[in-house]
Design a protein around this ligand. Structure first.
Ligand code: FES
Length: 103
């Protein structure tokens, strides 16, 4: 018998599937991130200089400072204190409206 997902699982699923907007504060750019895309993919396609390595939230190469919004952290390289100011853009999503990055 299949059971309904709990609230945390539901939040993760909905966060993974919705499109959200990235705002690049210093570049004055707004970029949509569709479901199935990573922020790193979108940034690189837009020509924003960004290095990635593992693309799984492990190495920390892509870690970027965020300024506003509600990141959905999915990395295993940042502490909770670090996540308060930085995000691994290869694997994180956003819980709601725009996520502003210091780029
Ligand atoms: Fe390794 Fe993002 S590329 S944490």
């Amino acid at each position: 018998m299949q059971t309904a997902p709990d609230a945390a699982t539901t939040a993760k699923i909905s966060s993974a599937e919705h499109t959200f907007e990235l705002i690049l504060q210093r570049s004055q750019m707004r970029l949509p991130v569709a479901s199935g895309e990573s922020m790193a993919d979108v940034l690189q396609l837009a020509g924003v200089p960004l290095e990635t390595l593992c693309e799984q939230g492990v190495c920390g190469t892509c870690v970027t400072r965020w300024l506003d919004g509600e990141p959905d952290h999915r990395d295993s390289c940042l502490s909770a204190a670090e996540q308060a100011t930085h995000v691994a853009v290869c694997c994180a999503r956003c819980h709601g409206p725009p996520l502003t990055l210091d780029l």
